[in-house]
Design a protein around this ligand. Sequence first.
Ligand code: SF4
Ligand code: SF4
Length: 382
Amino acid sequence: MSALDIFKEGARQFTICNACRYCEGFCPVWPVMERRTQFGKNDLYYMANICHDCKACYYACPYTEPNEQKVNIPEILSRLRLASYKEYATPRFLSGYFGRHKEFFAFTAIASVFAITIFALLIGDPTRLFTPHPEAGSFYDIFPYFVIVTAGVIIGVYVISNYLYNIVRFYKAIKVNGAKFSVRAALVAASDVFWHNGFKGGWLIKDKKAGCYHEETTPSYTFLMLHALIFYGFIAALISTIIAAIYQDVFAILPPYPVLSLPVFFGIVGGICMTIGTLAFFVLQSKPDIRPIFKNMSTLDHAFLFTLALVSITGFLTLIFRSSALLGMMFTFHLGFVLLLFVTAPYGKFVHFTYRYTTLVVTRIEERKGSVRQELNLDSDD
Ligand code: SF4
Ligand code: SF4
């Protein structure tokens, strides 16, 4: 389906939905739809990025195939989501990576690990990769501290500035004319993300929080729990890295740290959560689905899950083998997959949280604007 066809098809399906409105209350997409009479590109991008593919609307809909209307909202929104990722990718020439993970993912993964391994071999005595390092600061025998910090800062600044640039552009594109940015809306949206409110089902129908639909027609919290494992696991891993940096740079305590220390505790908790979450998600998403799905989005999901799983598993292996001769290779592989995760972060599924968060902020602004209008009775003559 060409880009033009996607927009036409999205507008066609939402015009049917706007007449039907059976799904109102399922998720934040529907109130957004109801506040519109026409569906231009930015409206469709907005709704696409607020959808988290719970499939409730597909299973509820009487107009899915074989009905001649062929409504499949999760499928068309997946196409639109991918189109928005491509359109907002920076720099533009790298947007081609989106949707082509099937062809390029294995190559990118191997290239990252290969590049890091060659680099490790070239910057010091190669035998250090195959001998034990029992002393404090052993990780820095493999990669010097300034190399790790410099690479981390360069990649971190690149990814964060890339995300911020896209968030601002996307926000400007989807916000309703005249709607002012609100710190309160940004905080409520952050709370929505943190507590996974969109995954609970029944955005408006408070007593019908039944969860998401996967592979069957009964809703459950499986999707929410797996996403939460990955999300909170990632946060725990970040906390581990921050505490380790404080230990080292403030208190001059060099790694490796004991198993019963804060950095290792958070690292283990984060690693376990991410490993279980990613592998279970992978299994869940690999099961056959009775509905037509957009395969390119599944490939994007799988590449991201696979990368996170590799980062977690190699992190564990580095911890397990840190006193042995395998430390050098395990740490090198781990950094190779961390490099893969962050270098591809603006061009893979990782970006979804930036657009999802932006749409939630705009939704909360729109909702507030609506409630203020009602309080002031501005709509009374409608
Ligand atoms: S998805 Fe189907 S049931 Fe839901 S609002 Fe659209 S047309 Fe109606
Ligand atoms: S979040 Fe679920 S109910 Fe809402 S549009 Fe997406 S698939 Fe449909």
